[in-house]
Design a protein around this ligand. Structure first.
Ligand code: NCD
Length: 317
């Protein structure tokens, strides 16, 4: 489906650091652009020259599979020159600072920087060191804006709407950047959000972000239109926040029997999935799960974001 884009609307952002800075109109504009990019991805030759004159660096200071591949593929589909950097194989392991790395990279005339970093605020810091447009691919437990955009896109694609939709987000709320970006965007778009998970992984005063909290998975699954399970972020926890993965699964894992009992909700997960922990394996593979659609849509959303931040000329047609 080709979406009509509001041509008079001037996209007001130079960077995508987090969704806190994006209005509901900005968010919907990215999603509408992404619909048209998705159509290009379904063509026999899924390539366009939109970023032919751009050079982009992907700076990954943390592991990543989906996000990294998706950004790189999006850039290549749009004809950009792409260079990849990962901290383990670079001079970072020789002690170089982020500021020095980024200034060296800028000397190579880079137009856009995609960055994933374990420290919250690293992408914001980079905007102060370089002229290039900066896209946040995940900064610590802070934000992961393109993940939330692709989640919204996938929800809209499956259900046909966003406003008024009821979403439960289940799991390790405290350590998740995916949940933070989603809460900001979903509440802004008039969706109802409930957070569900162990008390030890629930931030204090999170209701101030406009969401509700529940500790009863089944009540949430009965109520919701969409259930988004999150991975337990063992690498960011000190440990000891729950007794065992088996007990976590007992209380907060979505199971096959839930699909029968509550025949309504759509299942999402940002990946990587721990089968048998957040989701029973059959749940991850059920047709009600849109987990692989999220991955496909991630490509379209990242193409749209790169296009808009590159100045928005020569878009999809
Ligand atoms: C998420 C991340 O890295 O924040 N994954 C992703 O980008 N697809 C979630 C996670 O690691 O659990």
């Amino acid at each position: 489906m080709t979406v009509r884009i509001d041509e008079a609307y001037e996209f007001p952002h130079r960077h995508l650091l987090g969704l806190r800075d994006y209005s509901s109109r900005d968010i919907l504009h990215v999603l509408d652009q992404a619909s048209n990019f998705l159509e290009i991805l379904n063509r026999p030759i899924p390539k366009i020259p939109t970023l032919r004159d751009k050079t982009i660096v992907n700076l990954f200071y943390e592991n990543s599979t989906r996000t990294r591949l998706s950004f790189e593929l999006a850039q290549k589909r749009m004809g950009a020159d792409v260079v990849n950097f990962s901290s383990s194989s670079s001079s970072v392991s020789k002690g170089e600072t982020l500021r020095d790395t980024i200034r060296n990279i800028e000397s190579m005339k880079i137009d856009m920087v995609v960055v994933r970093h374990p420290s919250p605020g690293a992408p914001h810091f980079i905007t102060r060191c370089v002229e290039a447009a900066v896209l946040n691919a995940g900064d610590g437990a802070h934000e992961h804006p393109t993940q939330a955009l692709l989640d919204l896109f996938s929800i809209r694609q499956r259900t046909g709407r966003l406003e008024g939709l009821k979403v439960v987000i289940i799991g390790d709320i405290s350590h998740s950047r995916v949940v933070r970006s989603n809460i900001i965007a979903m509440t802004r778009l008039g969706m109802e959000v409930v957070l569900c998970g162990p008390r030890t992984m629930m931030p204090l005063f999170v209701e101030e972000m406009g969401v509700r909290v529940s500790y009863h998975l089944e009540e949430c699954l009965e109520w919701c239109d969409v259930a988004m399970a999150l991975r337990i972020q063992l690498e960011r926890q000190g440990g000891g926040l729950f007794p065992s993965q088996r007990e976590y699964h007992e209380r907060f894992g979505i199971k096959k029997r839930h699909l029968k009992e509550f025949p309504h909700f759509v299942i999402m997960h940002p990946g990587p999935i721990n089968r048998g922990v957040e989701l029973e394996s059959e749940v991850a593979d059920d047709p009600r799960a849109i987990i692989l659609n999220q991955v496909t849509n991630g490509l379209a959303v990242r193409m749209a974001s790169l296009y808009l931040l590159s100045g928005g000329k020569r878009g999809p047609s």
